[in-house]
Write a protein that binds this ligand. Structure first.
Ligand SMILES: NC(=O)c1ccc[n+]([C@@H]2O[C@H](COP(=O)([O-])OP(=O)(O)OC[C@H]3O[C@@H](n4cnc5c(N)ncnc54)[C@H](OP(=O)(O)O)[C@@H]3O)[C@@H](O)[C@H]2O)c1
Length: 227
Protein backbone atom coordinates (compact mmCIF):
# COMPACT_ATOMS: atom_id res chain seq x y z
CA UNK A 1 0.00 0.00 0.00
CA UNK A 2 1.56 3.25 -1.12
CA UNK A 3 0.47 6.27 0.89
CA UNK A 4 1.32 9.95 0.45
CA UNK A 5 -0.49 13.12 -0.55
CA UNK A 6 0.46 13.21 -4.26
CA UNK A 7 -1.74 10.42 -5.59
CA UNK A 8 -0.56 10.81 -9.17
CA UNK A 9 3.11 10.15 -8.31
CA UNK A 10 2.09 7.09 -6.33
CA UNK A 11 0.16 5.90 -9.38
CA UNK A 12 3.37 5.91 -11.47
CA UNK A 13 5.16 3.89 -8.80
CA UNK A 14 2.25 1.44 -8.48
CA UNK A 15 2.34 0.84 -12.24
CA UNK A 16 6.11 0.14 -12.05
CA UNK A 17 5.57 -2.35 -9.24
CA UNK A 18 2.70 -4.04 -11.07
CA UNK A 19 4.75 -4.22 -14.27
CA UNK A 20 7.44 -6.16 -12.40
CA UNK A 21 4.88 -8.63 -11.06
CA UNK A 22 4.14 -7.08 -7.67
CA UNK A 23 0.88 -5.94 -6.18
CA UNK A 24 0.52 -2.28 -5.23
CA UNK A 25 -2.41 -0.17 -4.17
CA UNK A 26 -2.47 3.58 -3.73
CA UNK A 27 -4.25 5.63 -1.13
CA UNK A 28 -3.94 9.37 -0.80
CA UNK A 29 -2.94 10.03 2.80
CA UNK A 30 -1.83 12.97 4.89
CA UNK A 31 0.02 11.39 7.81
CA UNK A 32 -0.49 14.52 9.91
CA UNK A 33 -4.27 14.06 9.65
CA UNK A 34 -5.49 11.30 11.97
CA UNK A 35 -8.73 10.68 10.04
CA UNK A 36 -6.77 10.25 6.82
CA UNK A 37 -4.43 7.73 8.50
CA UNK A 38 -7.39 5.87 9.99
CA UNK A 39 -8.90 5.53 6.51
CA UNK A 40 -5.57 4.37 5.05
CA UNK A 41 -5.09 1.66 7.69
CA UNK A 42 -8.73 0.60 7.23
CA UNK A 43 -8.07 0.10 3.50
CA UNK A 44 -4.87 -1.88 4.19
CA UNK A 45 -6.67 -4.17 6.63
CA UNK A 46 -9.62 -4.53 4.22
CA UNK A 47 -7.34 -5.48 1.31
CA UNK A 48 -4.58 -7.44 3.04
CA UNK A 49 -6.08 -8.48 6.39
CA UNK A 50 -3.19 -7.14 8.49
CA UNK A 51 -0.31 -4.68 8.56
CA UNK A 52 2.78 -6.91 8.37
CA UNK A 53 5.22 -4.04 7.85
CA UNK A 54 4.70 -0.34 8.49
CA UNK A 55 7.33 2.00 7.02
CA UNK A 56 7.12 5.54 8.35
CA UNK A 57 9.04 7.32 5.64
CA UNK A 58 7.07 10.56 5.13
CA UNK A 59 9.04 13.56 6.30
CA UNK A 60 9.75 17.21 5.58
CA UNK A 61 12.79 19.37 6.21
CA UNK A 62 13.08 22.78 7.79
CA UNK A 63 16.09 25.03 7.51
CA UNK A 64 16.83 28.08 9.63
CA UNK A 65 18.85 29.08 12.65
CA UNK A 66 17.28 28.32 16.00
CA UNK A 67 17.05 32.03 16.88
CA UNK A 68 14.97 32.63 13.76
CA UNK A 69 12.71 29.57 13.54
CA UNK A 70 9.01 30.38 13.28
CA UNK A 71 6.87 28.39 15.73
CA UNK A 72 4.31 27.60 12.99
CA UNK A 73 7.00 26.05 10.78
CA UNK A 74 8.31 24.01 13.68
CA UNK A 75 4.76 22.85 14.52
CA UNK A 76 4.28 21.82 10.89
CA UNK A 77 7.43 19.67 10.74
CA UNK A 78 6.61 18.09 14.10
CA UNK A 79 3.09 17.36 12.81
CA UNK A 80 4.47 15.49 9.79
CA UNK A 81 7.72 14.00 11.15
CA UNK A 82 6.59 13.02 14.65
CA UNK A 83 2.79 13.06 14.91
CA UNK A 84 2.65 11.47 11.44
CA UNK A 85 4.52 8.30 12.48
CA UNK A 86 2.67 8.32 15.81
CA UNK A 87 -0.70 8.42 14.00
CA UNK A 88 0.37 5.54 11.75
CA UNK A 89 1.74 3.46 14.62
CA UNK A 90 -1.35 3.96 16.79
CA UNK A 91 -3.79 3.14 13.99
CA UNK A 92 -1.77 0.19 12.65
CA UNK A 93 -0.62 -1.46 15.88
CA UNK A 94 -3.88 -3.35 16.60
CA UNK A 95 -3.48 -4.98 13.15
CA UNK A 96 0.25 -5.80 13.30
CA UNK A 97 0.67 -9.55 13.84
CA UNK A 98 3.44 -11.38 15.73
CA UNK A 99 6.52 -11.15 13.51
CA UNK A 100 5.37 -7.75 12.22
CA UNK A 101 7.74 -4.86 11.72
CA UNK A 102 7.62 -1.12 12.29
CA UNK A 103 10.32 0.86 10.51
CA UNK A 104 10.82 4.54 11.28
CA UNK A 105 12.97 6.59 8.93
CA UNK A 106 15.04 8.97 11.03
CA UNK A 107 18.32 10.62 9.97
CA UNK A 108 21.96 10.83 11.03
CA UNK A 109 21.13 14.38 12.13
CA UNK A 110 18.63 12.79 14.51
CA UNK A 111 21.71 11.49 16.33
CA UNK A 112 23.78 14.67 16.23
CA UNK A 113 22.08 17.99 15.44
CA UNK A 114 23.88 20.34 13.09
CA UNK A 115 23.54 24.12 12.68
CA UNK A 116 20.85 25.73 10.53
CA UNK A 117 18.55 22.69 10.59
CA UNK A 118 18.05 22.41 14.36
CA UNK A 119 14.25 22.33 14.10
CA UNK A 120 14.29 19.41 11.67
CA UNK A 121 16.91 17.59 13.79
CA UNK A 122 14.63 18.00 16.83
CA UNK A 123 11.82 16.14 15.03
CA UNK A 124 14.13 13.19 14.30
CA UNK A 125 15.52 13.10 17.87
CA UNK A 126 11.90 12.97 19.06
CA UNK A 127 11.09 10.19 16.59
CA UNK A 128 14.07 8.16 17.87
CA UNK A 129 12.71 8.52 21.41
CA UNK A 130 9.32 7.15 20.36
CA UNK A 131 11.01 4.30 18.48
CA UNK A 132 13.17 3.34 21.48
CA UNK A 133 10.22 3.32 23.88
CA UNK A 134 7.94 1.50 21.44
CA UNK A 135 10.57 -1.16 20.66
CA UNK A 136 10.56 -2.28 24.28
CA UNK A 137 6.78 -1.94 24.66
CA UNK A 138 5.96 -4.23 21.72
CA UNK A 139 8.84 -6.72 22.03
CA UNK A 140 6.72 -9.24 23.95
CA UNK A 141 4.11 -9.08 21.19
CA UNK A 142 6.82 -10.26 18.77
CA UNK A 143 6.90 -6.96 16.84
CA UNK A 144 10.23 -5.34 15.93
CA UNK A 145 10.90 -1.59 15.70
CA UNK A 146 13.75 -0.43 13.50
CA UNK A 147 15.21 3.06 13.20
CA UNK A 148 16.84 3.85 9.86
CA UNK A 149 19.40 6.67 9.83
CA UNK A 150 20.12 7.84 6.30
CA UNK A 151 22.63 10.58 5.57
CA UNK A 152 22.21 12.88 2.59
CA UNK A 153 20.11 11.17 -0.06
CA UNK A 154 19.56 12.42 -3.61
CA UNK A 155 15.82 13.08 -3.49
CA UNK A 156 13.62 16.18 -3.70
CA UNK A 157 13.99 16.59 0.06
CA UNK A 158 15.87 19.87 -0.06
CA UNK A 159 13.50 21.45 -2.58
CA UNK A 160 10.53 20.34 -0.47
CA UNK A 161 12.03 21.65 2.79
CA UNK A 162 10.55 24.67 4.46
CA UNK A 163 12.93 27.58 4.79
CA UNK A 164 12.81 30.17 7.55
CA UNK A 165 14.00 32.92 5.26
CA UNK A 166 15.88 32.87 2.02
CA UNK A 167 19.00 31.64 3.81
CA UNK A 168 21.82 30.41 1.63
CA UNK A 169 21.89 26.69 1.06
CA UNK A 170 25.26 25.64 2.41
CA UNK A 171 27.49 22.81 1.28
CA UNK A 172 26.01 19.37 1.51
CA UNK A 173 27.53 15.99 0.80
CA UNK A 174 26.57 14.61 -2.61
CA UNK A 175 24.71 11.80 -0.96
CA UNK A 176 23.51 8.37 -1.99
CA UNK A 177 20.79 7.47 -4.48
CA UNK A 178 17.42 6.76 -2.83
CA UNK A 179 17.53 3.15 -4.04
CA UNK A 180 20.35 2.51 -1.58
CA UNK A 181 18.19 3.67 1.34
CA UNK A 182 15.22 1.71 -0.03
CA UNK A 183 17.34 -1.47 -0.10
CA UNK A 184 18.20 -1.02 3.58
CA UNK A 185 14.53 -0.46 4.41
CA UNK A 186 13.57 -3.58 2.45
CA UNK A 187 16.25 -5.53 4.31
CA UNK A 188 14.87 -4.28 7.63
CA UNK A 189 11.39 -5.40 6.51
CA UNK A 190 12.80 -8.91 6.02
CA UNK A 191 15.15 -9.15 8.98
CA UNK A 192 14.16 -6.47 11.50
CA UNK A 193 17.10 -5.01 13.42
CA UNK A 194 17.41 -2.14 15.84
CA UNK A 195 19.46 0.61 14.17
CA UNK A 196 20.13 0.64 10.45
CA UNK A 197 22.73 2.84 8.78
CA UNK A 198 22.99 3.19 5.03
CA UNK A 199 26.73 3.83 4.62
CA UNK A 200 29.87 3.30 6.69
CA UNK A 201 30.40 7.09 6.62
CA UNK A 202 27.00 7.67 8.24
CA UNK A 203 27.86 5.17 10.95
CA UNK A 204 31.26 6.81 11.47
CA UNK A 205 29.65 10.27 11.68
CA UNK A 206 27.32 9.13 14.46
CA UNK A 207 30.05 7.18 16.27
CA UNK A 208 32.58 10.05 16.08
CA UNK A 209 30.18 12.82 17.05
CA UNK A 210 28.89 10.79 20.01
CA UNK A 211 32.41 10.03 21.17
CA UNK A 212 33.69 13.61 20.79
CA UNK A 213 30.77 16.07 21.07
CA UNK A 214 32.96 19.08 21.98
CA UNK A 215 35.30 18.51 19.06
CA UNK A 216 32.23 18.13 16.82
CA UNK A 217 31.00 21.55 18.02
CA UNK A 218 34.34 23.08 17.04
CA UNK A 219 34.36 21.47 13.60
CA UNK A 220 30.75 22.47 12.92
CA UNK A 221 31.47 26.01 14.13
CA UNK A 222 34.42 26.26 11.78
CA UNK A 223 32.89 24.70 8.66
CA UNK A 224 29.12 24.68 8.96
CA UNK A 225 27.76 27.51 11.07
CA UNK A 226 28.95 30.40 8.89
CA UNK A 227 26.65 31.90 6.25
N1 LIG B 1 16.97 13.26 1.50
C1 LIG B 1 17.81 13.26 2.54
O1 LIG B 1 18.94 13.78 2.47
C2 LIG B 1 17.38 12.59 3.84
C3 LIG B 1 18.38 12.31 4.79
C4 LIG B 1 18.00 11.67 5.99
C5 LIG B 1 16.69 11.33 6.21
N2 LIG B 1 15.73 11.64 5.26
C6 LIG B 1 14.36 11.26 5.56
O2 LIG B 1 13.92 10.37 4.55
C7 LIG B 1 12.49 10.42 4.44
C8 LIG B 1 12.10 10.55 2.99
O3 LIG B 1 12.51 11.84 2.52
P1 LIG B 1 13.01 12.09 1.02
O4 LIG B 1 14.45 12.33 1.06
O5 LIG B 1 12.49 11.05 0.10
O6 LIG B 1 12.31 13.50 0.73
P2 LIG B 1 11.21 13.91 -0.37
O7 LIG B 1 11.69 13.58 -1.73
O8 LIG B 1 10.85 15.33 -0.05
O9 LIG B 1 9.99 12.94 -0.03
C9 LIG B 1 9.20 13.10 1.12
C10 LIG B 1 8.08 12.11 1.09
O10 LIG B 1 7.23 12.33 2.23
C11 LIG B 1 5.89 12.45 1.76
N3 LIG B 1 5.16 13.35 2.66
C12 LIG B 1 5.51 14.60 3.05
N4 LIG B 1 4.56 15.11 3.85
C13 LIG B 1 3.59 14.17 3.95
C14 LIG B 1 2.35 14.11 4.64
N5 LIG B 1 1.89 15.12 5.38
N6 LIG B 1 1.60 12.99 4.52
C15 LIG B 1 2.05 11.93 3.77
N7 LIG B 1 3.21 11.93 3.10
C16 LIG B 1 3.97 13.04 3.19
C17 LIG B 1 6.01 13.03 0.36
O11 LIG B 1 4.88 12.76 -0.45
P3 LIG B 1 3.73 13.89 -0.69
O12 LIG B 1 4.40 15.21 -0.77
O13 LIG B 1 3.08 13.43 -1.94
O14 LIG B 1 2.82 13.77 0.50
C18 LIG B 1 7.21 12.25 -0.17
O15 LIG B 1 6.82 10.98 -0.59
C19 LIG B 1 12.06 11.59 5.32
O16 LIG B 1 11.59 11.09 6.56
C20 LIG B 1 13.34 12.39 5.54
O17 LIG B 1 13.30 13.13 6.73
C21 LIG B 1 16.06 12.25 4.09
Amino acid sequence: MLAARAEEKLGFLARDIQASGGRALVIQTDVADRASVEEMVGRVVGEFGAVDVLVNNAGVGLSGRVAELRPDDLRYVFDVNLLGPLNCVQEALPHVPRGGRIINVSSVVGKRAIPKVGGYCATKFALNALSDALRVEVADAGISVTSVYPGTTRTSFRDNSRRTKSEKRGWRPKGVPPEKVAEKIAQAAEEGGRDVYVTATDRLFVFGTTLAPGLTDLVLRRFWAKD
